[in-house]
Ligand binder design. Structure first.
Ligand code: FPP
Length: 253
């Protein structure tokens, strides 16, 4: 059963659902600071908010949930914070994998794995292999991910494929190029949500979000709950997606 075949809850009834929601989970540090806590406490609370979003997503018609957990630029943070974030990813996979699998969640990871330690790479591979047949929700974790880096890596791979005669230069179309991205085979996000009031994309899915709708929320990520997700979907449902065209109702004017 796909998420769109699943019966809807009253709060999502009648909405035009975004099948793919991507989230920039921002504001963990400020959430912690406002409480006089260390930044890691904000990230821990952020993992809780992530769990809640994963549990809520299928009921709201979401089939794909992509989250920005660690960017390729996050290495510039203090070493202790980088260690904390790596530790939280490991803990998340170790503690939550069984529940995710039981709930039919397929885990996928995008980003540059070569830059990660071998124990993290092994955990990510284990999560992907165990859940590869699951269909309730695709949870895509962007880890050591940067959009420009992804595009540069794809360009390198396609140049090698051209060099090897696998593909001709004139066959490098948008669709062919997309097959060399980390997100090959995944739909583009319909809705990108960013918390914490910042109005930036921060190198998150720049290719894939070309026609996405954006919803910026003032709350810090640890305060994000099912209610905020429902609200963002409601805002999305009121948008007019035109993909560079004109609305059908205006065509005859
Ligand atoms: C941005 O907040 C958040 C991050 C850089 C990390 C996001 C990570 C999590 C939600 C938890 C980890 C999740 C997994 C799956 C390991 P910020 O630290 O930039 O906040 P600030 O802008 O208020 O300082």
């Amino acid at each position: 059963m796909t998420a769109s075949q699943r019966s809807r809850t009253p709060e999502s009834e009648g909405m035009s659902d975004p099948a793919h929601v991507a989230i920039i989970m921002d504001g963990n540090g400020r959430w912690a600071k406002a409480r006089g806590l260390p930044r890691v406490a904000g990230h821990r609370a952020g993992v809780q908010a992530l769990r809640a979003a994963v549990r809520a997503a299928p009921d709201l018609g979401i089939e794909w949930l992509t989250v920005y957990a660690f960017s390729s630029e996050n290495w510039s943070r203090p070493k202790s914070e980088v260690t904390d974030l790596m530790g939280l990813l490991k803990l998340f996979i170790r503690r939550d994998l069984a529940e995710l699998h039981q709930n039919g969640v397929r885990v996928r990871v995008i980003g540059d794995r070569d830059g990660l330690s071998s124990d993290i790479r092994a955990l990510l591979e284990e999560a992907e292999a165990l859940t590869c047949q699951n269909r309730s929700l695709n949870l895509v974790i962007a880890f050591n991910y940067g959009g420009r880096d992804e595009i540069a890596r794809a360009a390198r791979k396609i140049a090698q494929a051209v060099d090897a005669g696998v593909i001709a230069p004139e066959e490098v179309t948008q669709d062919a190029f997309a097959e060399y991205l980390d997100t090959a085979g995944m739909p583009d996000p319909d809705l990108v949500i960013r918390t914490s009031g910042e109005l930036r994309l921060s190198n998150f899915l720049p290719w894939q979000a070309a026609y996405s709708e954006f919803v910026f929320l003032p709350c810090y990520w640890p305060d994000f709950s099912r209610n905020e997700l429902v609200e963002a979907i409601r805002t999305y449902a009121g948008r007019d997606r035109r993909y560079g065209g004109v609305p059908a109702r205006d065509v005859a004017l």
